[in-house]
Design a protein around this ligand. Structure first.
Ligand code: PEP
Length: 274
């Protein structure tokens, strides 16, 4: 049983401007997932989210109103301050104005190419959670870190700093999470490479993360915190990954760009719910 349901989240990265975003939702509307998936989406046991680039957020938010099942939109990167001299950034209140209440933090591409650190990930995560956002916090080790046997140490450090945990304490933000924090375990070597983690590798990391959350958020808050897997998830490998006990969904890049692929992923999510 998946007590936290299944969440399928599409990270579009720097893809899909206005025209392609409209086309994605037209095809999603016209084709649609199976009736079983629609029923599970309506009961919120299955959730469908997408993270388009900034300039497509408003049109995506308008498009989802025409779907016959719930679908939510979020932003890929949000600053921790509400306004100010931060060229190139956008804020939580700007998204709230668009009707959006979701965001990614800590994606490995932000860490790798844009100087994001565990500390800036903490600032973004904490600020968004305080502004009532639902946040998908991404963590994961590089190939070299895995080969050096450091996977758990790296992921624990990313989670500890991002959640403001000092030493062995419980996270100071645990009290107001209320199911709004979601963790995505995304091994860097698996993102966009076609080298998906095996279900056993993913499950091992997810079990470690769940154990960490139980200790550092407390059992009640941890029980409401889904842990998604990300890294070359496709309609072909989704069933085996989603069947794992501690995998509560998927954060998907490439395979989420086409409506057909997204639909197949939603149907895999529905199957995992049984
Ligand atoms: C991602 O961007 O979060 C991701 C997992 O990408 P991909 O599915 O393309 O590996």
């Amino acid at each position: 049983v998946k007590s936290r349901g299944v969440l399928i989240a599409g990270n579009w990265k720097m893809n899909h401007g206005l025209v392609e975003t409209r086309e994605f939702f037209r095809l999603l509307r016209e084709t649609g997932p199976s009736l079983d998936a629609i029923e599970k989406l309506r009961s919120a046991r299955l959730r469908a989210w997408a993270f388009p680039p900034m300039t497509s957020l408003q049109v995506a938010e308008a498009e989802i109103q025409n779907l016959v099942f719930p679908f939510r939109i979020g932003a890929q990167n949000v600053h921790w301050e509400k306004s100010g001299a931060f060229t190139g950034e956008i804020s939580g209140p700007m998204l709230t104005e668009l009707g959006l209440g979701r965001a990614l933090t800590g994606h490995s591409e932000r860490r790798q190419y844009f100087g994001e650190t565990n500390e800036t990930v903490r600032k973004r995560t904490e600020s968004l959670l305080k502004q009532d956002f639902q946040v998908i916090l991404c963590v994961g080790e590089t190939k070299a870190e895995r080969e050096a046997g450091k996977t758990f140490a790296i992921v624990e450090e990313q989670l500890r700093v991002a959640l403001g945990i000092v030493e062995t304490s419980v996270s100071p933000i645990a009290e107001y999470l209320d199911g709004r924090l979601i963790i995505a375990y995304e091994p860097v070597w698996a993102i966009g490479t076609g080298l998906t983690a095996t279900p056993a590798q993913a499950e091992e990391a997810h079990a470690m993360i769940r154990d960490f959350l139980t200790k550092r958020l407390g059992p009640a808050v941890a029980a409401k915190t889904p842990v998604l897997y990300g890294g070359s998830v496709t309609p072909e490998n989704a069933d085996a990954l989603l069947a794992c006990e501690n995998i509560d969904g998927a954060l998907v890049g490439g395979a989420s760009l086409k409506a057909k692929g997204f639909i197949s992923l939603l149907e895999a999510g529905a199957r995992a719910l049984g």
